[in-house]
Design a binder for this molecule. Sequence first.
Ligand SMILES: NC(=O)C1=CN([C@@H]2O[C@H](COP(=O)(O)OP(=O)(O)OC[C@H]3O[C@@H](n4cnc5c(N)ncnc54)[C@H](OP(=O)(O)O)[C@@H]3O)[C@@H](O)[C@H]2O)[C@@H](O)CC1
Ligand SMILES: Nc1ncnc2c1ncn2[C@@H]1O[C@H](COP(=O)(O)OP(=O)(O)O)[C@@H](O)[C@H]1O
Ligand SMILES: [K+]
Length: 495
Amino acid sequence: MKILSSSQIRDADKHTIENEPIESIDLMERASASFSKWFIGEFPGKCKVHVVSGKGNNGGDGLAVARILKRNGYEVKVYTTSDEGSEDFNINFHRLPEGIERKVVDDSLGSIETGVLIDALFGSGLDRPIEGRYAKIVKEINQFAGQVVSIDIPSGVYADNPVDGEHVVEATHTVSFQLPKLAFFMAENEKFVGDWHVVDIGLDQNFIDHTDSRIHMVTLEDVRSYLKKPAKFSHKGNMGRSMLICGSSGKMGACIIAARAALRSGAGLLTCYVPAVGENIIQTAVPEAMAMVSTFQDYHVEEANFKGMDAVGIGPGLGTEDQTEMALRKWIKQLEVPAVIDADGLNMISSRPDILKHVPEGTIFTPHPKEFSRLAGEAEDSFKRLEMAREYAKKHKVIIVLKGAYTAVFDTEGSVYFNSTGNPGMATGGSGDALTGIITALLGQGYSSKWAAIVGVFIHGLAGDEAAEDLGCISMTATDIIDYLPDAFRHVEMR
Ligand SMILES: NC(=O)C1=CN([C@@H]2O[C@H](COP(=O)(O)OP(=O)(O)OC[C@H]3O[C@@H](n4cnc5c(N)ncnc54)[C@H](OP(=O)(O)O)[C@@H]3O)[C@@H](O)[C@H]2O)[C@@H](O)CC1
Ligand SMILES: Nc1ncnc2c1ncn2[C@@H]1O[C@H](COP(=O)(O)OP(=O)(O)O)[C@@H](O)[C@H]1O
Ligand SMILES: [K+]
């Protein structure tokens, strides 16, 4: 699914009006009906609804929603900041039926104690920080004890840019029209956006498909169409010979997690290259994997032999000893197969950036934001980090998997793919190691680097979601994510 900017959505809006054709007021009615349908599903008890409308089209949506909800049996009160506004606002203002209490407010809504509040103050037309009387209204909205539902976008949030004002609505839910907005994927907007939902308002899909956007959200359908089905005559030798270079004294757990995740992701033959301390551990904990053992006891020093491998994963539990760093340099120089580099592997590259020039094109880096800032520098906000990661991936010809609540995969051409699975239960030690194992296994099975990363991240999050459903976010561990990988793969395979 594409993510379009505000101006691209406005173009889609205009195009739909001219080509469907549909009157602008009827498109507003369709959007408001879609919102109302969502609202009625979410709040089936006919609660009291307070609709706060600004004078633009977002406010116009609010007025139409007020009318539709009233018709559906809700007790509705409307607060407008003006009795006149955009053309479609005016039409909907006059369409408000009897029985809806209405109030034109200056800087205060008055006391609102119960019910649900709908925020239709500002939408995608916001072009400056909220101040003055509007700021006071936003303050009151945020003091309201009940749930707040924002139409299209919380008032004060920009779709494509960081928030720049102090006064921003903190919604419980945001119901966005047609597509999600880039702002929803940014960590600092979580408290404004709340849970977000998308409702279809029938904008021209063909126009959207032909609109040039390099920002995507990965859906189940995308992953389904890229998931490789094992061939009938496949055998362990052609399901990928993968190697994980991992482990050091005290960090063998990372290696076990990555190895188990790789095996649950279809790795045909898996070899774990470990320091001597890890031999018994890995052979006992993961009997399906072969062990290649370095001569040194506690950490990696040796040159690994990648001969016959289809894919390599480097990083889980490696540590950052000087000798391991020298070994990493050698491994990278002799890499001839697709590789994923994680954790300490990335930290060593950060401290010795000259290693970067030896990293083959298409290698996957999987940093969390802290590791990314070590690689590329601190970012002021998530929007800037997105641009930095995009530039980094293009410049160094690597795939960046920037991990977080919405993990983003950046390809070498400047496109970014936001993941749509996963949950806070995955914020637990070892879940990144599981991801490295999954991606290594997919690389070994012949997925391109880009799709190994996109599919791997999606499956990893989906396994986390399945685990959370049974075990809850608080108790689940990285091992649980691995245990639910079979469910996740089956879920994607199901047609
Ligand atoms: N295709 C779609 O997605 C569809 C979209 N639709 C809906 O339209 C919404 C966009 O509507 P919109 O363009 O009228 O903008 P909106 O946000 O209501 O603002 C209006 C005015 O507010 C003002 N203003 C701005 N900032 C301000 C500030 N800080 N403080 C004070 N005032 C400020 C500014 O006027 P100014 O004061 O500058 O003259 C601006 O013109 C969209 O979010 C969705 O809900 C649907 O109806 C149909 C299909
Ligand atoms: N709140 C969250 N929602 C969804 N996924 C998350 C969340 N927090 C963490 N994750 C996922 O869990 C993994 C954590 O990886 P990482 O930070 O490397 O942890 P570790 O080093 O402990 O393995 C990433 O894939 C990340 O996307
Ligand atoms: K709004």
